[in-house]
Design a protein. Structure first.
Length: 139
């Protein structure tokens, strides 16, 4: 069994999007599922961040360090929640799977393929990550 596949994914996994891009060439539907799960984790992270922001900061334990660790906890929690699923990733997979259509059989006269669905999704995910304050794959 592949040891790397058994390691739980972390919220600070910067190579996750690169793995999705590499997977898109081999298994487009698998890449769509991975991108949808990452998007769900990003959205849940933003929800948790906004929920924390609505709480009172007037506590004896309020410090920059506490806020940093709470932020890390929220990111990891969002990653774990997205693995269990809230239903958003499945809806995205269904919608994007319909948009991608059935895989076409390659013909000998086919020209170079255009951008894959994952290539079109990655800039959207990167933009959402920038808005959430996370590092993108280019940084």
């Amino acid at each position: 069994m592949d040891r790397i596949a058994t390691i739980p994914s972390l919220s600070v996994d910067t190579a996750g999007l690169d793995r999705i891009r590499a997977q898109a060439a081999k298994d487009p539907q698998g890449a769509i599922k991975g991108a949808a799960q990452q998007f769900e984790a990003l959205l849940l992270g933003m929800v948790l961040k906004n929920m924390r922001g609505s709480l009172s900061q007037n506590t004896p334990f309020d410090s920059e360090q506490t806020r940093m660790f709470q932020s890390m906890l929220d990111q990891q929690l969002a990653q774990e929640l997205s693995k269990r699923g809230t239903g958003l990733a499945e809806l995205l997979v269904r919608q994007l799977g319909q948009a991608a259509g059935p895989p076409a059989s390659p013909s000998p006269s086919a020209q170079a393929p255009g951008p894959t669905l994952a290539d079109r999704l990655l800039p959207v995910i990167d933009g959402a990550a920038r808005q959430a304050g996370s590092k993108t794959r280019a940084e």
